[in-house]
Design a protein around this ligand. Sequence first.
Ligand code: RIB
Ligand code: CA
Length: 333
Amino acid sequence: MSDKMKVILDCDTGSDDAVAIMTAILSPRIELLGVTTVAGNKEINFTTDNTLRVVDMLRSKVPVYRGCAESMVAKLLPSRHGSYSGMTGVTQDKLDEKGEVISYHHDRLPMPDPVSREQPEHAVWWLIDTLMKSDGDITLIPTGPLTNIGMAIRLEPRICKKIKQIIFMGGGFKVFNATSASEFNIWADPEAAQIVLTSGVPVTMVPLDATHQANFTREDEAELRAMNTPLATAVADLVDERIVAYNAYQPQELHDSAPIHDALCVAYLLDPEVLQDVRFMRVDVDISGGFADGATLCDTRAYPDRPRNCHVALGADRLRFSRMIIDLIRTFR
Ligand code: RIB
Ligand code: CA
């Protein structure tokens, strides 16, 4: 019997999702059962294509399942998503010195076109089927909007007893990006996030407060580039792209650096010490459609009036995180 940790990743791939997938594939301690895709950073066609690119680049056979193209409810009301600039308060794209739009994620990751194909089954049905047949030993790591997981729970609530834990990237305690009160993944599908948080499954939330303390720097980029392998160069390029975008739109406390949000969830599974100041709290999502739509409301009171439901990470160990990722990338030739 394998003593590897069984994991399913659910991603809106995306540059930081890409590094999360790489980390899971490269770690000898993880058995990655599949990657499901969701719309978020990009439309579903792009997030699925990008996921296949990453899997192919690592010569992996991990199956990829296409999931939901729209949020469960939020997009039904134009007023809820209408004010979103997509750039954290910046209403106009900025251009680099070549006149190109500075962006966190391009439609297609800078990797060869995928050769492998997505599986014919829908991600949500595959999730339900896989979880129901499991021994309750699978960890879900969602790194995009929680649409697929929320849908799966609504369709087959018995999966909740079958999920070992959910470690998701999303939310904010004091740090936000999509609006003044919300983080992108939760804002994109607040109802799905509330379903997950009230599911009874053990949940760990890795919010912006933690991921903005786990940034990659120019030194990290240089170390990757010096490896001179196609994978390390691709990751160095992603790091560079993200640093340029963060400098333009969300300058970080650590000068000339950028978070690789999603990879922190996988790193936490491998080494819990990468997260710091993890507190067990009551967390609910604002689904009211008002100014705080998509906010993760963390109850810090000594006596919350609803039961605590979520471990929330408020910090991270940057060097521990970057060392793990860089060392894993070094193993692949
Ligand atoms: O807010 C950061 C999150 O939004 C990351 O998961 C990023 O990939 C985007 O999905
Ligand atoms: Ca993501």
